[in-house]
Ligand binder design. Structure first.
Ligand code: ZN
Length: 340
């Protein structure tokens, strides 16, 4: 069950809603903003459980009782007074038809709870028509309605939507908290993998878990290993590296490999400017070797080329050609000395 105790590191957001509920001044529409995967949706669902519970005394900021029929329904999110809207379909957007469902939903009184709760997850994926259709409901909903828009890209929301919601800011999670959360959901993960995933995830638990689960860390290491195999005297090493790195023809995969290359460059800039100390892991040793054969100016140039590559991939450029170009730039930028 979603509980307040599970929301950690988001004190400001908790306090905001606590004040509003205890003083009976809850706004009808909130926009939960902040990085991806830090607990915004979780908090919205916790509030939904709280607001829909039929045993909760008014003006109390406490978890649902976990006993009443409403709380039971919330365990499976099958509650007649709850409506969750999220992106779907190939375009991964929220379309006008789904927003029309909201208008229909609020036309009825709540079935069994004191409120109706609407959660719009990834609200920035609403199409323009969908956003416009939402405006009226967001402006003057029936008094029992509470709406939570969840978004990690609020700058993509229409101004008219933004001006009608109350913002609640969520923050990046601290590494210690990420570590606890990983221990809870993936207790078998080894320490090195966990540390690396947390380092890459920039305060997001969903990113940390997907780094661990989806083989991202292995591909990150593979990318570095392939850079190390490049040899200026043997152009074939470039083609070989490209075919290993682009094993999957998927564009998202190619883009992820560019992310890994960007991290390698970030680390090398750190090493060469003395702000990053490497450890003796296999990755640390490989980076050290690359740093020794690199010139800072060339590395900075690579950084620009990597963002160009990223753009080309997102604009449907041929990924193989992009990578052949990119890796030959890598070869030119390093004096790859093969250790014999
Ligand atoms: Zn209850």
């Amino acid at each position: 069950m979603k509980t307040l105790a599970n929301i950690q590191g988001q004190d400001a957001a908790l306090q905001h809603l606590k004040n509003a509920i205890e003083s009976d001044r809850m706004h009808h529409g909130y926009i939960f903003k902040g990085p991806e995967g830090v607990g915004k949706r979780h908090f919205a669902l916790t509030l939904a459980t709280m607001l829909l519970c039929v045993k909760r005394p008014e003006r109390t900021f406490i978890d649902g009782c976990n006993q009443c029929p409403s709380c039971h329904k919330m365990k499976t999110l099958q509650h007649p007074d709850l409506l969750i809207v999220e992106p779907s379909g190939a375009s991964n957007t929220i379309k006008i038809n789904e927003i029309r469902e909201i208008s229909k939903f609020v036309r009825n009184h709540p079935f069994e709870s004191p409120h109706q709760v609407i959660i719009i997850d990834d609200a920035h994926t609403m199409t323009k028509e969908a956003s416009n259709a939402l405006l009226k409901t967001l402006e003057e909903p029936p008094h029992w309605v509470r709406m939570f828009l969840v978004s990690h890209r609020v700058n993509r929301l229409l101004d008219t939507i933004r001006s009608r919601g109350q913002f609640v800011q969520f923050k990046k999670l601290r590494n210690a908290r990420l570590s606890e959360l990983v221990d809870e959901s993936l207790p078998q993960v080894d320490l090195a993998t966990k540390k690396l995933a947390i380092e890459l995830a920039e305060g997001s638990i969903s990113r940390t878990l997907s780094f661990i689960n989806e083989g991202v860390l292995e591909r990150r290491q593979l990318t570095l290993e392939m850079i190390e195999t490049l040899d200026a005297n043997h152009p074939k090493t470039i083609n070989d590296a490209v075919s290993v790195l682009l094993k999957s023809k998927d564009r998202a995969h190619a883009s992820e490999i560019v992310d890994h290359l960007q991290l390698i460059i970030r680390d090398l800039v750190g090493v060469l400017s003395g702000t990053r100390i490497l450890d003796d892991s296999r990755r640390g040793l490989l980076l050290k070797k690359l740093a020794e054969s690199a010139r800072l100016n060339d590395i900075l140039k690579l950084r620009i080329q990597l963002s160009e590559a990223k753009n080309m991939i997102s604009r449907n450029g041929n990924t193989t050609l992009v990578f052949e170009w990119l890796l030959s730039e890598f070869v030119d930028s390093f004096t790859f000395k093969k250790v014999s």
